[in-house]
Write a new protein. Structure first.
Length: 174
């Protein structure tokens, strides 16, 4: 019997009170050290000619047992950035579309996941909409706080924030 990959898609809408030209540079494996709690200990830049986010930049993250390798596959200033991620069992694509309106930036974060093994399929099956929503709502809070204050939010203050942004999951498996 042939392997049947599990594939899902999640979306999250972020609304940041800052212009896109201030938001976009922060969507970077180096600049996230400034505003994402725990990023400095979890991320390592592997390759970038400029030293920050750019097309083809490669970095790794380690948030658990298995490190993920990321590649920036699209990098269009102030409008669009995309990443491919692989941990050996799941391939993920993260696509972030930015649209500025009146000094505010609306972003659509879309994550596509495809299992490449039974272990990967099981990992995807354990991913809940609530966990996805909580993760990206936290990122929205961290990003807005940084843009408002120039400082990283404390873990305690982040914990106090409500996570109420919409998320949708579509099962794309055949």
């Amino acid at each position: 019997m042939a392997f049947a990959a599990t594939t899902t898609e999640y979306t999250f809408e972020m609304h940041i009170d800052a212009p896109a030209n201030e938001v976009f540079p922060l969507l970077c494996p180096v600049r996230e050290n400034d505003w994402v709690i725990g990023w400095e200990d979890a991320a390592t830049l592997i390759h970038s000619q400029s030293g920050v986010a750019e097309l083809g930049a490669v970095f790794q993250t380690n948030h658990g047992d298995t490190p993920e390798t990321w590649v920036i596959t699209v990098h269009e200033a102030d409008t669009h950035v995309a990443f491919a991620r692989f941990d050996g069992n799941v391939v993920k694509r993260l696509v972030i579309d930015l649209k500025e309106q009146g000094g505010r930036t609306d972003m659509l974060w879309t994550t596509f996941q495809t299992g490449t093994s039974d272990v990967g399929n099981a990992s995807i099956a354990r991913t809940s909409e609530e966990a996805y929503r909580a993760t990206y709502a936290s990122l929205e809070t961290m990003l807005q706080h940084y843009l408002d204050t120039g400082e990283m939010i404390s873990p305690e203050a982040l914990h106090q924030q409500a996570c109420a942004s919409p998320v949708r999951r579509r099962d794309l498996s055949g």
